[in-house]
Design a protein around this ligand. Structure first.
Ligand code: UD1
Length: 436
């Protein structure tokens, strides 16, 4: 297992490019399992979670052929099982999309309950309730035995579904199931995240009839066949882009982040401008810089479903707040336990008190290098950011958790002036269970 070693204090400068979206590609790969013909997916990030998902898809019978950097030809026509019981299903949260995909393909699906998590309760009741409305059985909590879900639907029929909590996962899963159901499905109070739109765009390109993705009402007219046959390029990763914007910010650097969608970054951009940063942007890039001598203003964040501030950038943004002059507040309103990384950050000099779902962040502090652990993917990214801003050496254990969601992070940060290296060691054995 690997560690990252960072010698902090370098001001980051230059250009860095964002990879394909982790959360979009995981949904798209599951969606590809429903097609009646092959497809090609491009801009696939080279990250641990994607490799795990590709492996799971292969065990179902899909033929997956790498076609060059970030490109895979996928032929799902020989999928021969409705049972997703590969051990890695438990490691990836997004494997739950295979429930909707396999239910569509076989009218039944069997799956391990998806990965554990460490930042709060992760129910899938809304997914199962929606499947039930579409005619599936085996969808009650009492039907789940020994951690295995078994769902059967003699007929999958369109339904009117209201989600009483805005859920990204339930929105995508129900959209998948509805794509080939009989009749019209309407999902109300749907989540609007960019990757929901991307999964819908992928399915529409392959022959589906989905309207309204990106709004809170999605209408899906079931189609009998999804011919596939096309190539589709995954959108850039909003969270990776935000992490590099914050990397530039915490080192008071001057970095242009390429291959992003500026609209997706607005919840972060607006706050960074409030804090005193200069933000320039073009069609697919954002430059983050700071005038010499600028004192950073404190500010408040609230995590919310899109277009609110993304919870997956919360730990990284908290690092930035530590450098502002005065008291800032970070409210975590999506997950009920996503501040576990705070003691790690405090060991590097942060001054933070947690009251209920709010972190009170006192700044400015000077981070100092320390030995810390990546407790989950984004907590690990936050440690990297604090390490970049710190004086001295930071080592981050369980770095393989960061590899779940960041393609070539060491190379990308080194390319803009960071002193960071990966150290492989055998002294720990952490299985990177998905926490998102
Ligand atoms: C997705 C993202 C994750 C991100 C999260 C919120 C993927 C693979 N993961 O996770 O990175 O942190 O969105 O933006 O895309 N809930 C229920 N019942 C359900 C489902 C969810 O009560 O059946 C609740 C959850 O407890 C949580 C809230 O809804 O409080 C949001 O969860 P959801 O949007 O479903 O998160 P995920 O799709 O699991």
């Amino acid at each position: 297992m690997s560690k990252y070693r960072i010698v902090g204090g370098n001001r980051l400068q230059g250009d860095v490019s964002v990879s394909g979206s982790k959360n979009a590609v995981l949904g798209i790969l599951a969606a590809a399992m429903m097609l009646d013909g092959p497809c090609t997916i491009e801009n696939v990030p080279d990250i641990v979670d994607v490799h795990a998902m590709l492996e799971i898809c292969e065990t179902l019978g899909a033929k997956i052929t790498p076609k060059g950097e970030g490109m895979y030809a996928i032929d799902p026509t020989n999928i021969n099982t409705f049972e997703a019981t590969h051990p890695k299903v438990k490691n990836i949260r997004a494997s739950y999309y295979l429930l909707g995909a396999l239910l569509t393909r076989f009218r039944k699906a069997t799956m391990h309950m998806p990965g554990g998590c460490n930042f709060g309760t992760r129910p899938i009741d809304l997914h199962l309730k929606g499947f039930r409305k579409m005619g599936a059985m085996g969808t009650k909590a009492t039907d789940i035995r020994d951690g295995i879900i078994r769902i059967v639907a003699d007929e999958l029929r369109g339904a009117h579904i209201f989600l009483d909590v805005v859920s990204v996962g339930a929105t995508i899963n129900l959209m998948l199931a509805a794509t080939k159901a009989n009749g019209l499905t309407i999902i109300e109070n749907a989540a609007k995240e960019p990757h929901i739109v991307d999964v819908a765009n992928f399915l529409n390109a392959m022959g589906a009839n989905i309207k309204g993705a990106g709004t809170d009402t999605i209408r899906i007219k079931g189609v009998p066949v999804l011919p596939g046959g096309y190539s589709y390029s995954v959108i850039p990763d909003q969270i990776e882009a935000g992490t590099y914007m914050i990397a530039a910010a915490v080192t008071r650097g001057d970095v242009t982040i390429h291959n992003l969608i500026p609209k997706h970054m607005e919840p972060l951009t607006a706050k960074m401008i409030d804090m005193g940063f200069d933000i320039d942007q073009g069609d697919d890039w954002i430059r983050v810089s700071l005038k010499e001598g600028t004192q950073l203003e404190p500010t408040n964040f609230k995590t919310r479903p899109y277009p609110g501030f993304p919870t997956d950038l919360q730990p990284q943004a908290t690092v930035l707040l530590c450098l502002a002059n005065g008291l800032s507040r970070m409210h975590e309103l999506v997950w009920d336990n996503r501040f576990q990384y705070v003691p790690e950050l405090e060991s590097m000099g942060a001054s933070i008190s947690i009251i209920d779902r709010c972190a009170l962040v006192n700044g400015p502090v000077s981070f100092c290098g320390a030995s810390v652990t990546a407790l989950d993917l984004r907590a690990g990214a936050a440690m990297v950011l604090a390490g970049l801003a710190a004086q001295g050496v930071t080592t981050i254990a369980s770095a393989n958790r960061i590899d779940r969601g960041y393609e070539r992070i060491v190379e990308k940060l080194s390319g803009i002036g960071a002193q960071i290296e990966r150290i492989d060691s055998d002294d720990e054995h952490v299985v990177p269970v998905d926490d998102e």
